[in-house]
Design a protein around this ligand. Structure first.
Ligand SMILES: Nc1ncnc2c1ncn2[C@@H]1O[C@H](COP(=O)(O)OP(=O)(O)O)[C@@H](O)[C@H]1O
Ligand SMILES: [Mg+2]
Length: 362
């Protein structure tokens, strides 16, 4: 299996989460699968040979070697900007069209297409907060009349970047937003929707944004939380939930991201405390919805997917909501989920490679 990422000028020569790649290579070795990392630069025209990087217990760090064409390519190009580069596009296309290599998770999703996919699916449409493209003031006014709070999200955002929240208080609107990478929240208060509109417009900075119904999430010890589920295909090529984690928002948090002051919670502790006798049923429902969402998103995206992470919310009436799906899941910090997720990637790669063999010989 080749892990496709982008070039980097300094050693080891590629971008992405190296600790993650190392764990995948080592899991592969334990399970008898050769895994290497490569970039578009390492691919020769015929791609019969690829220059890439792997690890060996006898050698420290990454070793650069020549590899045969992989049976399976796991796409981990690190961001959308890199994905748009001509070399990355050429490589992706080459492997997507190749008869003897299977590539999965060919690209990033954006929140706008996810919104349409969700709206088009009979199960998922009920999970979707009401959403529109951010634009004129009439849209804002319409949302202010119907919902409190509201969320504003860049269609190509991740990890909470650029997210804003609007709360309507007795005599004013409170806009809370994060800037840059930090966990610091900024606040802006005004009594006038016109001024609120102009402030938001300035903050969007020309980026495409969604405006969305805000969901009042259930809380644990005063902290709102949501669910991060990792859904992966297994050794039979079937979708299954590898793990479900809880992310609690920090004090005054707008999102539940750990780098933004959120924290990790254990479902086995939190579900019974928050949901009492309903805990078991809600937990199973979360797993069911996650698998249904993965299936629907794969179908609608028109691409072969091997894994997805989904952000699910439960509101105070115990209704489920789907915030987003991510085709490049971040690594989970929970050790058990982490271990299983690595094994699943290898198992799925083996499944794909065997399918490839079968079709090549039939
Ligand atoms: N409509 C909403 N109502 C309530 N909370 C939301 C809403 N949308 C997003 N959030 C919160 O913000 C977090 C990040 O939103 P998400 O859409 O996943 O963007 P990102 O790509 O930045 O992770 C969610 O996990 C959730 O905690
Ligand atoms: Mg998210």
């Amino acid at each position: 299996m080749g892990i496709l990422t982008s070039e980097h000028p300094s050693i080891p020569g590629f971008r992405g989460n190296k600790a993650n790649f190392r764990d995948i290579v080592e899991t592969g070795r334990r399970m008898g699968v050769l895994v290497f990392v490569f970039t578009p630069n390492g691919v020769r025209d015929s791609a019969s040979e690829i220059v890439g990087f792997t690890r060996h217990p006898a050698v420290k760090g990454w070793v650069r070697l020549s590899f045969p064409k992989p049976h399976v390519v796991y796409n981990r190009i690190p961001d959308r900007k890199a994905e748009r580069q001509p070399a990355e596009q050429t490589t992706l296309r080459m492997f997507l069209e190749s008869e003897d290599t299977r590539l999965f998770n060919p690209r990033f999703f954006n929140k706008e297409e996810l919104w349409h996919w969700t709206a088009n699916d009979d199960t998922l449409k009920y999970l979707q907060p009401v959403t529109e493209i951010w634009g004129d003031q009439a849209t804002l006014t319409h949302f202010l009349d119907r919902f409190n709070p509201l969320y504003l999200k860049p269609v190509s955002g991740k990890a909470g970047k650029g997210i804003m929240q609007i709360k309507q208080e007795a005599n004013s609107y409170l806009l809370t937003f994060v800037t840059g990478r930090g966990r610091e929240l900024k606040r802006f208060r005004t009594r006038f929707s016109r001024i609120l509109y102009e402030k938001v417009n300035r903050l969007t900075n020309g980026e495409r944004y969604l405006i969305q119904q805000g969901v009042s999430l259930v809380q644990y010890n005063g902290h709102p939380f949501d669910l991060r589920t990792l859904v992966q295909k297994d050794s039979e090529g079937e979708w299954d939930v590898t793990g479900l984690g809880i992310r609690l928002a920090g004090k005054q948090g707008v999102t539940t991201h750990v780098p933004r002051g959120g924290s990790i919670g254990k479902p086995e502790n939190i579900f019974p405390r928050v949901f009492g006798s309903e805990a078991k049923q809600l937990y199973s429902r979360a797993l069911e919805l996650a698998v249904a969402a993965a299936r629907a998103i794969e179908r609608q995206s028109g691409h072969a997917l091997g894994e997805l992470s989904l952000d699910l919310g439960i509101d105070r009436n115990h209704r489920f909501w789907l915030f987003e799906a991510n085709a490049k899941p971040m690594k989970f910090d929970e050790p058990l989920i982490r271990k299983r997720s690595l094994e699943r990637i290898i198992q799925y790669a083996v499944y794909l490679a065997e399918g490839r063999e079968r079709s090549a010989h039939s």
